[in-house]
Design a binder for this molecule. Structure first.
Ligand code: CA
Length: 225
């Protein structure tokens, strides 16, 4: 994965470059608008990290140029400018995300991963419900763009419930899907109850906008709220 960092503050640029290289990205850099325009005209990047206030002009011009030339690639705006206008304008111009300075490099790394994951899956294989985005291929869940860690069974339960969004899923169907065909011979379904309980707590803690409704004695239904 090849990343272009467009940032004029040398310390920040170097910090980003070092940490992304450590995560095995290929990293190129530009420190002003003109050199950045030349780079995007000549090379392709999987993601561009874009500062807005640059020597030579606004980083938004980069977005204009990418759009005008129909250059594929993702952009995350990293901007110190405490301006809502920049954010809205940037997203309108096709930026994928916006990160306000100062930020932790770990946060930037997480956003970058999210953007690249969406790119790799073409935005098609992911399942969405409310502010949840579940990636079956990589077995990851994001709530409002942030990673939430689930154990294997919790993930499988949620996956099945999202696939059946707004429909009542019986405990038997859920058990068979997640635990295997012979589970219907189990004495009781307490194990589902505990997985659902943990899952519900994790979703609530992460600010998920979905409801995991229990229909007493029958099963569960997931709905966006
Ligand atoms: Ca700057």
């Amino acid at each position: 994965m090849k990343i272009l960092v467009i940032e004029d503050e040398p310390e920040l640029r170097e910090a980003i470059e070092i940490s992304l290289k450590r995560e095995n990205y290929r990293v190129e850099t530009a420190s002003d608008l003109e050199s950045a325009l030349i780079k995007i005209g000549s090379y392709r990047y999987d993601c561009i990290l874009l500062d807005i206030m640059l020597p030579g002009g606004s980083g938004l011009k980069i977005l204009d140029e990418l759009k005008a030339q129909e250059i594929p690639g993702n952009v995350i705006i990293i901007s110190a400018k405490d301006s809502l206008d920049d954010k809205i304008r940037g997203l309108e111009l096709g930026a994928d995300d916006y990160l306000a300075k100062p930020f932790h490099i770990s946060e930037l790394s997480a956003r970058l991963k999210a953007v690249l994951r969406r790119k790799l899956s073409g935005g098609k294989t992911n399942l969405e419900a409310g502010n949840l985005c579940l990636d079956p291929a990589n077995r990851t869940l994001q709530v409002a763009g942030r990673d939430v860690t689930l154990n294997r069974k919790e993930f499988d339960v949620l996956h099945y419930l999202i696939l059946n969004q707004d429909r009542l899923v019986t405990r038997t169907a859920l058990a068979e899907h997640v635990w295997g065909d012979h589970i219907d011979q189990a004495d009781n379904f307490d194990f589902i109850y505990y997985q659902i309980k943990n899952l519900r707590r994790k979703l609530t803690d992460s600010g998920a906008r979905v409801e995991l409704q229990a229909v007493y004695g029958v099963g569960y239904k997931l709905t966006a709220t």
